[in-house]
Design a protein around this ligand. Structure first.
Ligand code: HEM
Length: 465
């Protein structure tokens, strides 16, 4: 079947993802000279990376790596830079675009949504309390290339001159972690493994990878929606600090006790059961007793599982119900219910990057975070209500999810669950041999410092709207 939108106009970060070692995110407000801003916007369009450009770059880099491997040498570094541009509701309103997308969280902004997400707004950075208008995300292979691109963009908007049409209000750079931690988030777990494929766009699928209709990720033709939404996608951005030394200290002090496991192995096992994957990426569902790095690194196998509810709907022997990956993508878990609930509308495409330095010796010794680090989380979806927000509020924060499990309830997502009542931060099933006992979580190791909901328009909408 033909793809329902013209992919040449869809921004590259959404469907293909932009290659990156670093990424600078620049939040801005639009000034009063909206007319000039709109004119300048047309000059920015050619700098925005489209889907075919992103896909082409990926193919070039892969080919380059393959050739180098065949010739037994290190691959040359190809210069990479990619640009994404998105607007919040406040930004669209400033531009005079006031027709509604129909998605209430987007229309109201993330600050208004903070109570539903169970965010503690006193932790939020001021920038996210002031109705930011838009965001540029510049991904690249080195800071020089990113800065060059940014200078060009700033030049177009006259940044630094009296005629500037935008005011940069916050800038943050994320970086892929060094050496063997490449691809791992700050708690140490391999990330970015499980994203859905998009039907009729992704020509190949890894075994076990779900394929979702384009309309789950992108706006497609729909007479009830404004025409400028077609080919666009909502971007949910979250600035998530991670308390890594504190998390590691908790694992160290609460090892899972099982015959044959040393305390270190018990701590590693606890971490794996909280996430649902070992640090290598191997799913605990497929490797229930010990890490299997070859499995974790193998895209043909590392996503090929369904929660083993077959005969035993109540079992969390292999993977706790409340493990982060099970809470955020329950796969076949809800199919076993008397009234099965489809979960395809809840699929999102994640494109985050870690930020902040590695844990220092002093932080490790004191089990205390002294420098901010975490994840610049972002994900794409055609509905914030069904996507990010649903996963955070209805699943991760909800101790009763996945539904239909035996009492006591599955519990809290130890990685991203949020609750104003600390006594609700418990989960069951952590020790496979003692599943009824709850584990209490003393703190939230991921602290939301805020964020915003954006709309990532097609290049046609940017030109014509
Ligand atoms: C998967 C860590 C925030 C949704 C994962 C994985 C890790 C991870 C290690 C496994 C790798 C993979 O399957 O790609 C984290 C950390 C976070 C965070 C450390 C915060 C600092 C979030 C948020 C959401 C989310 C805010 C959405 C509300 C997901 C989803 C998956 C996932 C949907 C894929 C599950 C699957 O398909 O099996 N995360 N995550 N994560 N995470 Fe997170």
């Amino acid at each position: 079947m033909a793809f329902p939108v013209d992919v040449t106009t869809v921004q590259g970060d959404i469907l293909s993802g932009l290659l990156k070692k670093l990424e600078t995110t620049v939040f801005f407000q639009i000034g009063d000279d909206v007319q000039s801003f709109r004119k300048q916007l047309t000059q920015i369009i050619p700098l925005i990376t489209t889907t075919p450009q992103a896909a082409e770059r990926r193919a070039q880099v892969a080919k380059n790596k393959q050739e180098a491997a065949q010739q037994g040498r290190k691959a040359d570094l190809l210069p990479i830079v990619g640009v994404t541009l998105a607007f919040s509701k406040f930004g669209l309103t400033k531009l005079g675009i006031t027709d509604s997308t129909g998605d209430s969280p987007f229309e109201q902004g993330q600050l208004a949504d903070a109570p539903s997400l169970a965010d503690d707004v006193s932790n939020w950075l001021d920038v996210f309390k002031n109705g930011v208008h838009g965001v540029f995300i510049i991904a690249g292979d080195c800071q020089d290339n990113i800065d060059q691109q940014l200078t060009q963009i700033e030049g177009i908007f006259g940044v630094g001159t009296a005629q500037a049409t935008i005011n940069e209000v916050f800038r943050v750079t994320g970086n892929v972690r060094p050496d063997d931690q490449k691809g791992h988030e700050h708690f140490g777990f391999l990330d970015g493994i499980s994203n859905p494929a998009v039907t009729d766009f992704d020509k190949t699928r890894f075994p076990g990878q779900e394929s979702v209709p384009a309309s789950v990720i992108l706006f497609v033709e729909d007479e009830t929606k404004p025409s400028w939404t077609v080919g666009g996608s909502f971007l949910a951005f979250r600035y998530l600090s991670q308390l890594v030394p504190e998390f590691n200290d908790f694992l160290k002090k609460n090892p899972i006790v099982l015959p044959g496991l040393s305390p270190e192995q018990g701590s590693e096992f606890l971490g794996a059961r909280l996430v649902g994957r070992w640090k290598s990426g191997a799913p605990v569902d497929l490797a229930p007793l010990q890490d299997d790095p070859a499995l974790g690194a193998d895209p043909q196998r590392n996503n090929n599982f369904r929660y083993d509810i077959g005969d035993d709907f109540t079992s969390q022997d292999r993977c706790p119900f409340a493990a982060h990956v099970r809470k955020t993508n329950p796969r076949n878990d809800l199919e076993g219910m008397a009234n099965p609930i489809p979960t395809t509308p809840q699929r999102i495409i994640r494109r985050g990057i870690p930020f902040g330095p590695e844990v220092s010796d002093a932080e490790a010794a004191q089990a205390k975070t002294l420098t901010d680090r975490g994840l610049l989380f972002r994900c794409y979806q055609s509905s914030i209500s069904n996507g990010f927000r649903f996963i955070q509020t209805n699943w991760a924060n909800n101790t009763g999810f996945p539904f239909g499990k035996p009492i006591p309830a599955p519990g809290f997502d130890a990685i991203i669950g949020q609750a104003s009542d600390p006594t609700s931060r418990t989960l069951t099933g952590v020790n496979p041999q003692d599943q009824g006992t709850s584990l209490s979580l003393p703190t939230q190791w991921v602290v939301s410092k805020g964020g915003e909901y954006f709309f990532t328009p097609s290049t046609v909408a940017l030109r014509d709207t």
